[in-house]
Write a protein that binds this ligand. Sequence first.
Ligand code: PLP
Length: 347
Amino acid sequence: PMVREHFLPEDVKAPKIIARLSANENPYGPPQSAQKAVIESVKNGNRYAWKEMSDLVDKISKKEGVPVDHIMMAPGSSDLLEKVALVLFMNGGNVVSADPCYMSLIKVAEAVGATWKAVPCTDDWSHDLKAMEAAIDKDTKLVYVCNPNNPTGTITSGKALLDFCSRVSEKVPVFVDEAYIELAVDADTQSMISLLSQKKNVIVARTFSKIMGMAGIRVGYMAALPSFLEEINKITRGGMGISYTSIFAASASIDDTDFQVTTRKLNHEAKMYLYASLDKLGYKYIPSYTNFVLFPVNLNGKDLLTKMTAKGISIRAFDVLNKPYCRVSIGTMDEMKAFVNALGQLS
Ligand code: PLP
């Protein structure tokens, strides 16, 4: 793989963290509406939430324009990435994806015996769709696309990806992870869910953890053909891991479009501030369509983590093609100021 992550040395004592910018969370969530829904629904938590879950699926199916039998729920999209990997690769095979990309699905696939066919991203960190298509062989059981991608924050052109998914899914299922898609501003991007109405074998994962600010409340879903979801359901049932209260929080946050619009706007503003500050400090960065930014730094990952943590800033450190990079999540404006201040003091 092109990417290697560094971790904080164990002997480093972390002071109080003042800006947690390491996990691409939404600093404004969960919305008040979702908090209220959790509080009001908790008293009924002695019951299984069959009916309430089905109401939530109805709502999602209307929002996405697909029938209810095209939706599988889960406590976060991680659960779906892992379930799909477990079921598809329990008898081996290979998975094709870009490198770098988000590794959850691939790690589980490899752990149960699959091979990863990693296809390097292009120079602008988008998916090399041509090379990915060429990498598919008779043992390929899934193509995984993360758009916008993590840890790069970059997008792959919507039209090009639509053509790719449309064509390739005739041969092999294409899983598109759209965890950050709602955060993309002025982006040539679009959801691949529309392909399901043409009966294309695409699987699209979405999460309430990012735009909806519910990373700790845990709700996600995937949209796919019923035949695909049946295969997964045979082995590991969708939806069972979601709590009664989370279902109500998800339902309230879908309706709370004000919260989503505000999140997108504040995220964008804080990111623009970060860009301007990085420019001033002489750092180059990879333009991002998400709530995090990846940029090259001049000191190794361990030192970066140690020094930033000492200042109460939590971030991630990666080597990409053997060069050190910092990945910083977009927090509130105050958190970004604290980050920039700490970065400016690095020697
Ligand atoms: N997909 C991508 C690309 C992510 O970056 C993440 C989390 O950061 C996830 C999926 C999983 O998120 P969750 O399980 O909270 O839905």
